[in-house]
Structure formats: structure tokens, C-alpha cells
Design a protein around this ligand. Structure first.
Ligand code: SAH
Length: 218
């Protein structure tokens, strides 16, 4: 990845990794991914100097790149080993997409804004990411073509679990989604066992709404 050959931000990135460890992130592969992915490439130039703060930042189209801690807490729940096929809903800046690409075999990511998706495509290429496929559309319907997925991570808040995502989750697979109202949600982990979803609450979060057929109306 480009981060490896760009020493300028390396110290800041290392300090972010340490801050996340202090906050309780333990997954070593994930911490290594955070240490590798050049987050500064994924944020707009106007906020680049803040790329390694543990905070959310604006990315355009009224959307935000989540706080690194939130990404870490979310991705950690997927317990990836490197062999999985993962579906991400809400590509946004594609920072989390890049983290997932380091931790899974293949990543499929859906975004509803063309502008964000085009930018994501460019930055992923710049960062040397190859195992990611991007799609423009309504991710509340999933991405049927490549289902089932071992992991699904939804980066926007939904009123409920979209039925399409439940269907496209593999047996034993993990679905992570913020569920609640438009302003506040519970980041929730669902594990499919015997064809049914077991539910586990992770942490309260505030995500932008999942707009779509099986999300909120636009
Ligand atoms: N992980 C991303 C999160 C971006 S915010 C990041 O940190 O950059 C959530 C994203 O979900 C936004 O880009 C928004 O446009 C997108 N989104 C919302 N509803 C969607 C839907 N139904 N399908 C696909 N993307 C959606």
C-alpha cells in the first residue's frame, strides 16, 4: 500500500494505533491494517492534517468518514481470518473498505452516491488495493450476485435488518449493522446459526441513515 512508501504520516498513524490500543482494540491483524492503510488519502485535502485524529470527518455529499475507533470496533466484530468474502454497504470514503481488504480475501462494497464511489475507486487504486469490487446502487438490497457472504458490514443506520442482507449472509456468517432511529442506533452484531439470526448489542453509535428500499425512505 502507498502508506508504506510515504513516511510523512507514519508517526501520526502509529500514534493513532496506540490510541486505539489504549481504548481497548486488541485484534493485532486489525491494528496492523490501521498502521498500513494511509487514511490521509481517504479524507478530503481540506481536512488531511486531521486524518490521524480519532474523529469522524466530513467527506462531501453530507456524508462522513467514521471515527477510526468506530471502524475498529465494527471490523473487530467480524473476526476475519483472511479467507472471507465480505460485503460492505456504504463505501463512503472507502477507508473501511481498505481496512477490510487487508483482513479478508474479497470485499464487495456498495455505495448510492456516484461521486463518492468514483472517488473511492480512484483512491483504492492509488492505495494499491486489488481485492475490492465496487457497485453503485441501493445496498439495502445487498449484492445478490456474489452472495453468500461470510461477513456483512453496514456503515449507515437502518430501522431494522434488511431482509435481503439476512438472506445473503452465509451460515455462521456475521452481520454488523447500526439499528435504531435516524439520530441514534445500537451497533448490532447478528450471527446466523441454523438459518436464524442471533443478536448481540455492541455499542451505541450515530451513523448517517441507510437510504433505500429496505432502509429509510429518501
Ligand atoms: N465507512 C464509510 C461510511 C460512510 S457514511 C466511511 O467511513 O467513509 C455511510 C455511507 O453510506 C454514505 O456514503 C452513504 O451515501 C451510504 N449509503 C447510505 N444508504 C445507502 C444505501 N442504501 N446503499 C449504499 N450506500 C448507502
Amino acid at each position: 500500500m502507498a502508506g508504506a512508501i510515504e513516511p510523512e504520516f507514519r508517526g501520526a498513524r502509529r500514534r493513532l494505533v496506540e490510541a486505539l490500543q489504549d481504548k481497548g482494540i486488541k485484534d493485532l491483524a486489525l491494528l496492523r491494517a490501521i498502521d498500513t492503510v494511509p487514511r490521509h488519502l481517504f479524507v478530503p485535502p481540506t481536512v488531511r492534517h486531521r486524518a490521524y485524529e480519532d474523529s469522524a470527518l466530513p467527506i462531501g455529499n453530507g456524508q462522513t468518514i467514521s471515527q477510526p475507533y468506530v471502524h475498529a470496533r465494527a471490523v473487530e466484530q467480524l473476526m476475519l481470518t483472511g479467507k472471507e468474502r465480505v460485503l460492505e454497504i456504504g463505501t463512503g470514503s472507502a477507508y473501511q473498505t481498505a481496512l477490510l481488504s487487508e483482513l479478508a480475501a474479497q470485499v464487495f462494497s456498495v455505495e448510492r452516491y456516484r461521486e463518492l464511489l468514483d472517488r473511492a475507486r480512484g483512491v483504492l487504486q492509488q492505495a494499491g488495493v486489488r481485492n475490492v469490487s465496487l457497485s453503485l446502487g441501493d445496498g439495502s438490497l445487498g449484492w445478490r450476485e456474489y452472495a453468500p457472504y461470510d461477513g456483512i458490514v453496514v456503515s449507515a443506520g437502518a430501522p431494522d435488518v434488511p431482509a435481503a442482507l439476512e438472506e445473503q449472509l452465509a451460515e455462521g456468517g456475521r452481520l454488523l449493522i447500526p439499528v435504531g432511529d435516524k439520530d441514534e442506533q445500537m451497533l448490532t452484531l447478528f450471527i446466523k446459526r441454523g438459518g436464524r439470526l442471533e443478536r448481540r448489542d455492541i455499542t451505541p453509535v450515530r451513523f448517517v441513515p441507510l437510504i433505500g428500499a429496505q432502509g429509510w425512505p429518501s
